[in-house]
Design a protein around this ligand. Structure first.
Ligand code: PMP
Length: 431
């Protein structure tokens, strides 16, 4: 059976992103674990890259799907009860600046949502350029790929949508500029202010700054709140929209519903995806209602957006995330701190930096702590193989593919989480 799983994995390789080369096939799943076709159980430290925040195949979600399937599964030409309910619920849960005063546009995927965000930002501002960040990941279609950096996603696929300017993200561990007198956040924030408010190419012509409040694929980088605060100021000075991409860091992942809430910054738009739909496709944009009023009705049709089944599941996910008895968000904050402390205590020569917020944790592995040379891909591969061989799925990210994520379902038990970390510790020791 293991050979069969491998063959199947090889056949699906071209479809599955990153994980496609891993010799494991998911057959069934529950909570923070899954089984392969042989029935071997794995602890999942990736959760579909943050998709399964409430755990896979949650019984309440299963029930919602069955009940909704008996009532209505899809509506496009007219609104539906679930879609309307979901828009209202999301509006009430938005960060300050959007809360109860936003319009929601639904999409099927994060990439879709970012495509639409660019289009809307241009429509409502009448400007065309966009500022995005090095290390940012916003999707892989025409506009979204233009925002996304990373050679693997870009090489040979361009040219993408024009008008995107990339600025440095405050990735302090590998920041290219001198941080003796100013923090990476200050330098990065001031750079954007300079771009937006100096009469060169960009000034007066930038529709939006699009930023991940905690960078995901770029290596799980949580900047200090000052960065977003500086971006907000720079945007206000130049009449530019601030769009926070919470597709990966949103939905309770960082200990708050939205990562931007750690900063006190009011965004003009917020894109969501992954954890909102959980096991089913669901994404979208929440936009200040005064801005949305400038978008003509009927100019953005989207056949499957907030399909009733997806909307019913999203409503259930939100209910679970906000269940005060479960307290998943404060729990994520506490568990996250516990994980970070534990991994720092490994005292492995390969652990360069442990960082993150809530249960969105990146462990940056290096050959040498002084030079910060990224751990060789072959060694990262050995770690992935080791943990997988011992029943744990860990997926790397980052500019050099050397950042191991701890991104489990927020419902993961402490016991499973620590069991997985035991295995990861052993993998490091085995190098
Ligand atoms: N934005 C962010 C921040 C993401 O992390 C991702 C996916 N990794 C996307 C957008 C694109 O989402 P999708 O894969 O659903 O298109």
């Amino acid at each position: 059976r293991a050979a069969e799983a491998l063959a199947l994995s090889a056949r699906t390789e071209s479809m599955a992103r990153g994980g496609g080369r891993m010799p494991v096939v998911m057959d069934r799943a529950f909570g923070a674990t899954f089984k392969d076709p042989d029935g071997s159980t794995f602890i999942d430290l990736s959760a579909g890259v943050g998709v399964s925040s409430v755990g896979r195949c949650h019984p309440k979600v299963q029930k919602a799907i069955v009940e909704q399937s008996q009532q209505l599964m899809h509506a496009m030409e007219v609104n539906s009860t679930r879609r309307t309910e979901l828009a209202a619920r999301l509006s009430a849960l938005m960060p300050e600046g959007l809360r109860n005063d936003c319009i929601t546009f639904f999409a099927q995927s994060g990439s879709d949502a970012l495509e639409a965000a660019v289009k809307f930002a241009r429509r409502v501002t009448g400007r065309h350029q966009i500022i995005a960040f090095h290390g940012g990941y916003h999707g892989v279609w025409h506009a979204s790929n233009a925002l996304t950096t990373g050679t693997a996603y870009r090489k040979g696929y361009g040219p993408f949508m024009g008008g995107v300017i990339h600025a440095p993200y405050p990735y302090a561990y590998r920041f290219p500029f001198d941080t003796t007198h100013k923090s990476a956040e200050q330098i990065a924030g001031e750079y954007v202010d300079y771009l937006l408010n100096t009469p060169y190419t960009a000034a007066d012509d930038v529709a939006a700054v699009i930023v991940e409040p905690v960078q995901g694929e770029g290596g799980y980088v949580p900047p200090s709140p000052e960065f977003l605060q500086l971006l907000r100021k720079a945007c206000d000075r130049s009449g530019t929209l601030l769009i926070v991409d919470e597709v990966q860091c949103g939905a309770g992942r960082t200990g708050r519903m939205w990562a931007v809430e750690h900063t006190g910054v009011k965004p003009d738009m917020l894109t969501f995806g992954k954890g909102i739909g959980g096991d089913v496709p669901m994404a979208g944009i929440a936009m200040r209602s005064d801005l949305a009023a400038r978008i003509p009705d009927g100019s953005v049709p989207n056949t499957f957006a907030a399909n009733s089944l997806s909307a019913a599941v999203a409503l259930t996910n939100l209910e679970i995330l906000h269940d005060p008895e479960l307290g998943l968000m404060p729990r994520a904050e506490l568990l996250g701190q516990e994980v970070q402390e534990r991994v720092r205590g490994f005292q492995s020569p390969y652990v360069g930096e442990v960082r993150g917020k809530g249960l969105m944790i990146g462990i940056e592995l290096v050959e040498d702590k002084a030079t910060k040379e990224p751990l060789a891909p072959e060694k990262v591969g050995r770690i992935m193989e080791y943990v997988l061989g011992h029943g744990v799925l860990m997926v790397p990210c980052g500019r050099y593919g050397n950042v191991m994520r701890v991104m489990p379902s927020l419902t993961i038990s402490k016991r499973l989480l620590h069991r997985a970390l035991d295995v990861f510790g052993e993998a490091l020791a085995s190098l």
